[in-house]
Design a protein around this ligand. Sequence first.
Ligand code: NAP
Ligand code: HSE
Length: 430
Amino acid sequence: MSDAVQIGLLGLGVVGGQVHRLLTEKAMVIAQRGGRAVTVRRILVRDAAKPRATGVERSLITTDARDILDDPAVDVVIELIGGERPAADYIRQALQAGKHVITANKEVMAKQGPLLLALAREQGVGLYYEASVGGGIPLIAPFRRDLVANRIRSIRAILNGTTNYILTRMANGGAELGTALAEAQAAGYAEADPTKDLDGMDAACKLAILATLAYHAPVTLDVVYTEGIRGLAARDFRYAQEMGYAIKLLAIAQEQDGTIEARVHPAFLPAHTLLAQVHGVYNAVVVEGDLTGPVLFYGQGAGAAPTASAVVADLIGFLKNMNQEGYRDPGFLDEGTVSIRPMSKVHARYYLRMPVEDRPGILAEIARILSDGQISISSLFQRHIDQTARTADVVLMTQRTQEEAMQRARAELSTLAVGRESPGLIRVEE
Ligand code: NAP
Ligand code: HSE
């Protein structure tokens, strides 16, 4: 066996700490399976004074990225600091310096992935990112290899563990969002700043990465319609259950008539469907290929060990590639551009919940606004009646209609709602 491959580790937090541990504890396995031994040469952190796990050699720690990026002895950079900046700059500089890179960074790969992969190709090095989507669930490799003969009809996925945990608590325990979030944080699932999870940004990044692989062309974050879970109320879950549905934060990419729609938003799913039964912090992805039909991926989409499993798998894959003379990892097959369907042109059925004054004629006014917008109602009921305040929730489902028409009607319906509140709107995915 030739000399050990030298690793520069950027980040020693939840994932970086676990990767570091595996590089020590599984050193023999990595060397046997990859065909080369590895050594951690340097570790970048933000705060050098922070206490670290036993086994971390303090002399390897630095707060200066140049100690890794400018060191010609470093062969592979493993980026686990997160966020777009400075991580994207470090990845670019590492590639430019002829180093191979492994990353778990969904934000960088969603925003700059195609450019960085092109740079890696130019430089003749590899950029690996299995851990960026779905933690320990194999997704990047299956899209690039096992599904590549397919035309991908659709991806329907639960890609964020934090929000799925919160939605599960809201559905099963009747908790409001704030309470469920506090529980998720206490259980260590949600980050101290869960903004990117709650607002759908985390799932949108992951969907952009998968859609780019599925459609062999860049699907960047800015074309993914993104709506988070903050608008959901505990009673939406009660009404959904009454009607035989679950509510999930769904990431959808699908092709129709040569255009791709890419969107992340809460959705009603029939309670018997696979995705409706994915609970807690678990993730699931259903891919519909023209040859395979539906294929399901399910597992832990976050957490130190599952994510480190994907990082170390990329490392072993890289070590094996290194031994194949002339092998160049393509990153993804870039076949040009895709045409994106704007959200306004998407068709769906809709659930609407609006608090109104409980008075004669209100239902007729709601029906008139929807009828003017050519929107057909498929069911309607009234709940949560407050006799004292003389208010009630009107809950209805529409037939399939265009988003544009629905949003126009929603704006008009808000003039009827108590406090002119915009009606709660959730798309229904059959
Ligand atoms: P984390 O616990 O916050 O750790 C970040 C690490 O990077 C820390 O060691 C921190 O240093 C270091 N760091 C942060 N900013 C830095 C900077 N500007 N310069 C130098 N060092 C810096 O993050 P994580 O949860 O391990 O996540 C790492 C990556 O994995 C992210 O891209 C994340 O999206 C991805 N990921 C995470 C999970 C998960 O379950 N956590 C799952 C899938 C993917 P200090 O230790 O000194 O603070
Ligand atoms: N914050 C993400 C989640 C984990 O809750 O799924 C990292 O991808």
